[in-house]
Design a protein around this ligand. Structure first.
Ligand code: AMP
Ligand code: MG
Length: 325
C-alpha cells in the first residue's frame, strides 16, 4: 500500500499494511494504530514515555484512565506482571491469546504513565495474526487503548481509525475489520476475589466454567466506585441519540432514524441493520453507529438483547452509548 500524507497540519499519518514497517515506527518512539480481533488499538511502546503521552493527547483520553498492555506471547507476562495467581493462570491457559484482558499486580518495569498511577496493569495477548506479527516486531510490550477519539464509538476498521486520528498519530497498520467488534473482556485478578470489570466476547458463563468464583462488581457491592477507572467516563456514543428498545416493543420512528437489532426493523426507518446473530450484532454495532453519523441520522433505535452470553457485552455498550451509565 502506498504511503499517504495527512492533509492536516499537525503530523503525517502513514498508512501501511506492513507489520514490520509499523513496528519500526513504534520502535522509534512513534504512535501506531493496529488491528486486533476486538477493536483497533492505538499503540505506544511502554519504554517510550513521550509516545505514551501522545496516545493520551491524540485520543483526548483523561490521564487517570489506564492503558492495556499488549504482549505477543505468554512468555512476556513476567516482564509486565509481578504476580500471576492460580485463577489468572487458569484463565491464561484457556483464553490467551484472545479477547481477554487480565488485571494483575504490575511489574516495576511498567511505567505509571501507562497504568495511570495504579499498581496493577491490564494485560492482553491478542490472537489476530497481524496484531501478533506487529507485537513480535515490537521491541517492548505495547500499551494501547482503543484507537478512537475518547467518547466516540471504538474503531473496528482502519478507515474509522483514520477518520478519528489522521494527523494526530504516526501510522495506521491497515488490516481487515475486527472480527469481534467489541472491546476485550476485563477480569481483575489482582485482589482477593476475581472480578469481571468489563463484559466482552469471552462471556461471564465461559469464565465461570473455568473459575467459578468470578463475579461482576454489581454482584459484590452495589453502588461501589468502579474498579476500572475508564468506566466512569462516557463511551461509545455516536452523534445520533441512542434509543434502547426491547424485542416486540412498538417503536415510534421518525425521519432520519435508524435501527439495529435481531428482530425485524420497524416501518419507516431510513437505515437499518438486521443482524442474524449476537456475534454479527457485536461485530457491526460500532461501524453502524459511525455509518449513521455519516448519513446524518438523528436517532438510532437499538434492540436490547438478554443479559446473557455475548448479549451482556452488547447491552453494556448500548447502555453506555445511550448515557445510561
Ligand atoms: P480501552 O483501552 O479504551 O478499551 O479501555 C481500557 C479499559 O481498561 C478502561 O476502562 C480502563 O479503565 C481499563 N483498565 C486498564 N488498566 C486497568 C487496571 N490496571 N485496572 C482496572 N482497569 C483497567
Ligand atoms: Mg476505549
Amino acid at each position: 500500500m502506498s504511503i499517504v500524507s495527512s492533509t492536516k497540519p499537525f503530523m503525517h499519518t502513514i498508512l501501511t499494511n506492513s507489520a514490520e514497517e509499523a513496528a519500526a515506527i513504534l520502535n522509534r518512539g512513534g504512535v501506531v494504530a493496529f488491528p486486533t480481533e476486538t477493536v483497533y488499538g492505538l499503540g505506544a511502546g511502554i519504554c517510550h514515555q513521550e509516545a505514551i503521552r501522545q496516545v493520551f493527547r491524540a485520543k483526548g483520553r483523561p490521564g487517570d484512565n489506564p492503558l492495556i498492555v499488549h504482549i505477543s506471547h505468554v512468555i512476556q507476562l513476567a516482564n509486565v506482571a509481578n504476580e500471576v495467581n492460580f485463577d489468572a493462570q487458569k484463565l491464561i491457559e484457556h483464553f490467551f491469546p484472545g479477547p481477554l484482558t487480565l488485571v494483575l499486580k504490575k511489574n516495576p518495569c511498567v511505567p505509571e504513565t501507562v497504568t495511570a498511577g495504579l499498581q496493577t496493569v491490564g494485560i492482553r495477548c491478542p490472537v489476530n495474526p497481524v496484531a501478533q506479527e506487529f507485537l513480535r516486531f515490537a521491541h517492548c510490550p505495547v500499551a494501547a487503548p482503543s484507537a478512537n477519539l475518547s467518547g466516540l464509538p471504538s474503531a473496528t476498521s482502519w478507515e474509522a481509525v483514520y477518520e478519528d486520528l489522521d494527523g494526530k498519530i504516526d501510522c495506521v497498520l491497515c488490516g481487515t475489520p475486527s472480527s469481534i467488534g467489541l472491546e476485550s473482556t476485563i477480569v481483575d485478578c489482582s485482589g482477593s476475589h476475581p472480578l469481571l470489570l468489563r463484559a466482552g466476547a469471552i462471556t461471564l458463563e465461559q469464565l465461570q466454567a473455568i473459575v467459578p468464583a468470578i463475579v461482576t462488581q454489581t454482584t459484590i457491592e452495589k453502588g461501589a466506585s468502579p474498579k476500572s477507572p475508564g468506566l466512569k467516563y462516557p463511551h461509545y456514543a455516536p452523534k445520533a441519540a441512542i434509543i434502547l428498545c426491547l424485542t416486540h416493543e412498538t417503536m415510534v420512528t421518525e425521519p432520519s432514524s435508524a435501527y439495529i437489532g435481531l428482530s425485524e426493523p420497524p416501518q419507516g426507518v431510513s437505515l437499518f441493520k438486521l443482524c442474524e446473530s449476537l456475534e454479527e450484532y457485536g461485530r457491526e454495532l460500532f461501524s453502524f453507529f459511525r455509518h449513521c453519523d455519516a448519513e446524518g441520522i438523528h436517532r438510532i433505535y437499538c434492540e436490547q438483547p438478554p443479559v446473557q452470553g455475548l448479549g451482556r457485552a452488547i447491552r453494556d455498550r448500548l447502555e453506555r452509548a445511550a448515557g445510561h451509565e
